[in-house]
Design a protein around this ligand. Structure first.
Ligand code: HEC
Length: 229
């Protein structure tokens, strides 16, 4: 605010100087006031008047500009608390959408998926695996893509595929083997389950799809691990 006040003062001083110059010009006899207008007498051309008018105008501009600037700096209001910034429009959120969002925020529970594994379909799981194929191969000794090959993944130690040299520190830090429970939590919400891991995948939110995926992953093996009881 201090700097704004100073610039207002400067603007005022500038305007005052311009007026003084104008008055001394009058006293020198170059100008005479006729009503409210000015007439040039003598040999003085109009550039001097223009110069003064320009100085007064720009002084006013600076003064108004400083006022506006001070409003911007002080938060854009007129000093009263009611002038809070308001959103230009409000996004309509229906009760249904709000409920879906709330449901997604309910913590994932493996106990909801576990009973589905007995009847889950590996064929459906193969179909549900479609988005994963962009980054993972599943054939034995398949090559690494953006992510590691997943043959034999169930029951194997986390982040242990020798053919994939780019595991994140986060995934390497997640010790243990890929149990159904660990895999379910990871595929449901990779970021939440292992914070900082590098799999750019939002997660499988549907429990039936997740169960199908888990039994499909289990088939990618010479000796599939047992389903959990
Ligand atoms: C955009 C690419 C991408 C997609 C899509 C993707 N993943 Fe991944 N996945 C990765 C990457 C990269 C890693 C390694 C992450 C790390 O090191 O942090 C990974 C790691 C994994 C791992 C751990 C591997 C190990 O050796 O421990 C599993 C299991 C996995 N993904 C399964 C899936 C499944 C199932 C899907 C589909 C539902 C999927 N991924 C979709 C990129 C992807």
């Amino acid at each position: 605010m201090t700097s704004v006040s100073i610039s207002s003062l400067r603007a005022y001083a500038f305007a005052a100087t311009a007026v003084r110059q104008y008055r001394s010009a009058m006293l020198n006899g170059n100008y005479v006031a006729v009503g409210s207008s000015l007439e040039v007498i003598g040999g003085m051309d109009s550039w001097f008047f223009n110069k003064i008018a320009g100085a007064v105008l720009s002084a006013l501009l600076v003064a108004f500009g400083a006022g506006t600037l001070s409003q911007i700096i002080s938060g854009g209001g007129h000093g009263d608390a009611d002038h809070k910034p308001k959103p230009g429009y409000v996004l309509p959120v229906t009760a249904g959408e709000a409920a879906t969002t709330a449901a997604a925020l309910v913590a994932f529970k493996f106990s909801d998926v576990a009973p589905m594994l007995k009847t889950a379909s590996a064929d459906n799981g193969r179909a549900a695996f479609a988005p994963c194929r962009a980054c993972h191969t599943v054939d034995k000794d398949g090559k690494a893509l953006v992510g590691p090959n997943l043959y034999g993944i169930m029951g194997r130690e986390v982040a242990s595929n020798a053919g994939f040299p780019r595991y994140s520190t986060a995934l390497k830090g997640a010790k243990g083997t890929w149990s159904f429970e660990k895999m379910a939590a990871y595929l449901n919400d990779p970021r939440e389950a292992i914070p900082g891991n590098q799999m750019a995948f939002a997660g499988v939110k549907n429990n039936a799809d997740l169960a199908d995926l888990l039994v499909y992953l289990r088939t990618l093996s010479d000796a599939p691990v047992a389903l959990p009881n």
